[in-house]
Design a protein around this ligand. Structure first.
Ligand code: FAD
Length: 513
């Protein structure tokens, strides 16, 4: 069978590329290894009556893109539910909220921690132009020469760029200290910045914190029915434009002729040809599917890291009951639950020594509070994301140590909501090994590759492959978290790839429908 475009994998980035190509009139086929679309953005009824996300849950970055509108995803069933408050922050004793409304957030903060609301306003004001520039950079194919323009000389940065650049190069833990004197404000913001993987001590990691102002711009949202609502809408969009999606159809090889990619061979031996092949899997999976002589050495040297997060997904027979937090708002947004900055650093220290952390900070998510399709009327889904967890352990295997790590997460959460343990009726424990085995996230890294500055922008996945074209083969394109701008539910990579692909295809307009 012959197509214009074959897409490998049905992660959300792949589906975004496929949807743009199908809309442009090309004959598109998507081949996905698993039995459902979405990869790390998928949802299923894992416990009877309870729907669990398998991967990402907080839809933040995609809201800063035009993808939902351009692909008319609401027409195909996507319904975003807004979270407000966006976050509830707590050390267990003194909770506070980040609302969508900046002034409301600052006003409440000042009442609880005098002076910190004003600091919060200043922080957001100082870094909004930078954050917007980074977002613009995310929405274009990375070019080393453009980087300075976007990051340093982007909108509003001209006058004080030297001072701003100094901050951008710093570890985010340090920048947080420069703005906030109160640790109970600093620690949750730092914990949120830690979500991409690099620790608060890493040089040049400040952008993970400096992005924070955009939470007040784009908000935080959830597709009704679970995260998979996004990828189901994308699937419908692809199919509505004549594209075909094959499930339980793993690709074994990318076929080449001379210096061109010409198609794929499935694991069952079936062969499909196309004018262009787009690989949206982990870049090391692409490497495995190619003939050895078509793989540049740099492609083998990418840093996947050593895991970093794990999730305990719980089905509860009752609602979450926090000890000190206000109800019901505390069950709505992401719970940034961290006792103090030391807790995060200690967790990172244990991780470096090859040990699962014994007392993790937690992001608590109980989205059945705003979406009644996720749990029975009296029940709740409670998903606890925790850091840090090495994929390769210094001692034992994940099969042996999963229960210990699961119990440590639950113990840590009981500090905030005692009695949760008695409410559990079902669960899924997603260790780094589980993520590796079930979602193809090598070494359990939910961002595919480490998000250090050495692997961002034009260096992602490796220098020479940054504009979504495979350097040694014509007609082979890359998309997904392994490419710029990296992991997270954003779709920007998928959209950027589509632009490169459609430009190339339009130069030889042979076979549109
Ligand atoms: C537990 C967890 C929590 C997260 N939380 C958040 C969050 O709250 N917010 C956020 O923004 N991000 C979050 N993330 C990160 C985010 O979900 C991912 O970075 C992102 O979804 C990656 O999408 P992708 O399309 O690039 O690739 P993937 O989702 O990795 O898709 C790749 C696809 O390729 C398929 N595939 C692999 N090999 C083959 C083959 N041989 N043949 C055919 N198909 C193949 C896979 O099955 C998969 O469907 C989280 C991730 C995880 C795992």
């Amino acid at each position: 069978m012959d197509y214009d475009v074959i897409v490998i994998g049905a992660g959300h980035n792949s589906l975004v590329t496929a949807a743009y190509a199908a809309r442009a009139g090309y004959r598109v086929a998507v081949f996905e290894k698993r039995h459902l679309v979405g990869g790390a953005v998928s949802t299923e009824e894992v416990v009877s009556g309870y729907r669990f996300d398998y991967g990402g849950s907080a839809h933040i970055l995609i809201r800063m893109t035009p993808i939902v509108q351009e692909l008319e995803l609401e027409r195909y069933g996507l319904q975003y539910l807004e979270l407000d408050p966006l976050f509830h922050c707590s050390d267990g004793e003194t909770p506070w909220f980040v609302w969508r409304d900046l002034n409301k957030t600052a006003h409440e903060l000042d009442k609880i921690f005098p002076g910190q609301g004003e600091a919060y306003q200043r922080f957001v004001q100082d870094w909004t132009p930078f954050a917007k520039s980074v977002n613009e950079a995310f929405l274009t194919a990375p070019n080393p020469l453009d980087l300075g323009k976007h990051l340093v000389w982007g909108s509003g940065m001209q006058k004080d760029w030297q001072q701003k650049l100094t901050h951008i190069m710093r570890p985010y833990g340090e920048v947080a200290k420069e703005y906030f004197s109160e640790e109970r404000v600093r620690a949750p913001l730092t914990w949120m910045a830690a979500q991409s993987g690099p620790p608060p001590t890493e040089t040049m990691s400040a952008p993970f914190l400096l992005w924070h102002p955009l939470y007040h711009v784009g908000g935080v949202a959830r597709p009704r029915g679970g995260s998979g609502g996004l990828t189901l809408a994308l699937k419908r969009a692809v199919e509505a434009h004549g594209g075909q999606i094959f499930l339980s159809a793993p690709i074994k090889d990318i076929l080449t002729e001379g210096e061109r990619a010409v198609g794929v061979r499935l694991q069952d031996g079936d062969v499909y040809t196309a004018r262009a092949v787009v690989s949206g899997t982990h870049v090391l999976q692409t490497v495995d599917a190619l003939p050895a002589d078509k793989v540049p050495e740099l492609a083998r040297q990418v840093r996947t890291g050593n895991g970093f997060g794990m999730v305990l997904r719980l089905a509860l027979k009752g609602k979450v009951q926090y000890r000190k937090h206000h109800e019901p708002e505390s069950r709505v947004g992401l719970g940034l639950l961290i006792k103090n900055e030391q807790q995060l650093l200690k967790a990172y220290g244990e991780y470096l020594s090859g040990e699962p952390t014994s007392d993790p900070p937690i992001i608590a998510m109980s989205f059945s509070s705003i979406d009644d399709s996720l749990a029975p009327p009296d029940g709740e889904v409670l998903w606890l994301w925790a850091q840090y967890y090495p994929f390769k352990l210094a001692r034992g295997t994940w099969a042996e140590r999963s229960t210990e790590a699961r119990d440590a997460i639950l113990n840590a959460f009981e500090h905030y909501a005692p009695g949760t343990r008695e409410q559990i009726v079902g669960e899924l424990v997603q260790t780094p090994q589980w993520l590796h085995d079930n979602l193809g996230l090598r070494s359990g890294n939910v961002m595919h590759l480490e998000m250090g500055m050495d692997q961002m922008f034009a260096m992602r996945p490796f220098l020479g492959a940054s504009e979504y074209r495979w350097p040694t083969l014509k007609n082979l394109y890359l998309t997904g978290a392994s490419t710029h701008p990296g992991g997270g539910i954003m779709g920007a990579s998928g959209r950027n790839t589509a632009r490169t692909l459609l430009k190339d295809l339009s130069r030889s307009p042979k076979s549109r429908r």
